[in-house]
Design a protein around this ligand. Structure first.
Ligand SMILES: C[S@@+](CC[C@H](N)C(=O)[O-])C[C@H]1O[C@@H](n2cnc3c(N)ncnc32)[C@H](O)[C@@H]1O
Ligand SMILES: [Zn+2]
Length: 222
């Protein structure tokens, strides 16, 4: 099931399961003591979007490089995210999940802020930046008031996923360069295989060759 560098489905209160509600109660109990200065931003507002449902819009000029807000929500494991969202409507590609690391997924369906309403755009004006396990939304170009914010979701998927399921993640951003899907260009299994191959190549090239041994000797000798 695809994930924003993520996975999954609708998570409004009407579709939340008993287990998810219990999770929300636990999250409230264990909510971090700090209050993020990026909980929301005076630079944005939420309103209806022609792309999908609610979107996020600039209400003031936003300079390239501005950190606009943080993607907030309940921090859960991948297993919990899959368990929680597997129970949701199978015909709906809606997701409030964001992969923060190999261990952590942020479920903005619980304790989320306005960042969860930022739609996917194939011609993004924002990007997500992960720092210390936290996810931030930064402007990647100057944004005018009234412009809808968007970043490339790059939803993760696997080459073994059912094409009918993947079709649920069709993109309706309307950009000239729209790639027709919110999914990442390559399946995650292929990406992992590629990076493994790269690592093996790198460690092989670390073995000193005759030439480099000689060069090292030369260096030491001088
Ligand atoms: C984090 S929500 C974004 C806010 C959403 N508009 C809402 O009202 O809840 C992500 C979901 O919005 C929808 N969405 C976002 N961008 C889209 C796009 N470019 N094309 C189609 N659906 C989109 C998909 O259902 C996606 O899983
Ligand atoms: Zn698109």
């Amino acid at each position: 099931m695809p994930k924003k560098s993520t996975s999954s489905k609708k998570s409004d209160s009407s579709t939340r399961t008993r287990a998810a509600k219990k999770g929300a109660r636990q999250a409230r109990k264990s909510a971090p003591a700090f209050k993020s200065k990026y909980a929301t931003s005076p630079l944005i507002e939420t309103r209806h979007s022609p792309i999908h449902g609610t979107g996020v819009y600039a209400v003031a000029p936003i300079k390239k490089g501005t950190r606009i807000l943080e993607y907030l929500g309940e921090r859960i494991s991948h297993a919990e995210a899959d368990r929680r969202y597997a129970l949701k409507d199978e015909d709906d590609g809606h997701t409030f999940l964001f992969i923060a690391s190999n261990r952590t997924v942020i479920d903005a369906g619980v304790n989320g802020n306005d960042a969860r309403f930022i739609n996917h755009r194939c011609d993004p004006n924002c990007e997500t930046v992960i720092e210390g396990g936290r996810v931030f939304i930064d402007a990647i170009r100057d944004i005018k008031p009234g412009e809808e914010l968007g970043y490339d979701y790059q939803l993760t998927w696997e080459s073994t996923d059912d094409p009918a399921d993947l079709a649920l993640y069709a993109c309706r951003c309307g950009a000239k360069n729209c790639r027709g899907t919110m999914l990442d260009k390559e399946p995650i299994d292929k990406q992992k295989a590629k990076s493994k191959k790269k690592k093996t190549k790198k460690s092989k090239s670390k073995q000193p060759t005759k030439k480099t041994k000689q060069a090292a000797k030369r260096k030491r000798g001088r």
